[in-house]
Design a protein around this ligand. Structure first.
Ligand code: ZN
Length: 296
């Protein structure tokens, strides 16, 4: 694997009583920014959500598993939606792509402010049975805190989440990455104390990324002296899985009389994929065909 490619590492510490994930998501967030031309605050917020989702997708075992993270807020960004699967593919979009630049400090982008007060909804499709959906209020909107809160309240899994996206002055993505470290139910009291201490002593995630630390470096830095064991390394990437067939299916799910109306008006149906901005056009001829074949 090329060192400049995005990837995820998975590992354990304390003989399996701690599990850990870390990613380099620079290319993934860079691609998102190129497609959506998001302004820096949105790039940081959506980038963090996608980076978290990449790791949460990897926690799911079934090969058809999918995870959707949806944020709704009262701020100018309004909302963000991210989908990840268990193969490391992630896509996402923000309702409002560009907002005025706001900083929390020198060079520190404000993520929570532009999102505002709101909710985080997590929908897990495990590949078997009904989707599982859970909603929590946003704590700060800084994403890392909100995912920590979600893990604690909805999954009863105490977790440390660090997510960082560095945006350059020309709005392009410089670096992105993060980690999730989770305590398993059998964790020992002294291991919790040791982890808290290690997290307190580690540099903020944005600093670690800025220093060029790899996912392995980050986990070694935090849980290196707690019996850290690297289990797996897998590539992650941006990918939108939309297709003409899927969009046609979505069109057919609206009422037949609405489709007939479009045909009668001689208007083609135009549908844009929110995730990748790809435009699908269905001519009236095509719509007629679709109606006819659905009537069979
Ligand atoms: Zn798409």
């Amino acid at each position: 694997m090329n060192s400049m490619e995005d990837y995820l590492v998975r590992g354990t510490a304390a003989e399996g009583r701690i599990r850990a994930f870390a990613v380099r998501s620079t290319e993934m967030i860079r691609t998102m920014q190129e497609i959506h031309q998001t302004s820096p605050n949105v790039t940081a917020g959506l980038g963090r959500l996608m980076t978290g989702a990449a790791m949460m997708g990897a926690m799911m075992k079934d090969e058809n598993a999918r995870l959707t993270l949806s944020i709704r807020g009262g701020g100018p960004v309004q909302g963000m939606t991210v989908t990840a699967d268990s193969h490391g593919f992630v896509k996402g979009f923000a309702n409002v792509k560009r907002v005025p630049l706001t900083l929390l400090g020198p060079g520190k982008l404000d993520v929570g402010g532009p999102i505002g007060y709101g909710t985080l909804t997590v929908i897990r499709e495990d590949g078997i049975g009904e989707p599982y959906s859970s909603q929590v209020n946003l704590l700060t909107g800084e994403i890392g805190d909100d995912l920590t809160y979600y893990f604690a309240t909805s999954e009863q899994t105490p977790s440390a989440v660090g997510l960082g996206v560095l945006v350059d002055t020309d709005e392009t993505v410089k670096d992105a990455g993060g980690f999730i470290i989770q305590l398993m139910p059998d964790v020992l009291e002294e291991e919790i104390t040791a982890l808290e201490e290690a997290l307190k002593n580690a540099a903020p995630i944005s600093e670690m990324i800025d220093q060029g630390m790899t996912p392995e470096d980050i986990l070694t830095k935090i849980i290196g002296n707690m019996g850290f064991e690297l289990l797996e390394k897998q590539p992650i990437a941006w990918k939108c899985d939309c297709s003409e067939e899927r969009v046609a299916h979505a069109i057919m799910s609206i009422s037949k009389s609405d489709i007939q109306e479009m045909i009668d008006d001689g208007k083609p149906a135009e549908v844009k994929c929110h995730f990748c901005e790809k435009n699908y056009v269905f001519t009236t001829e095509k719509l007629k065909e679709m109606l006819a074949s659905s009537a069979k």
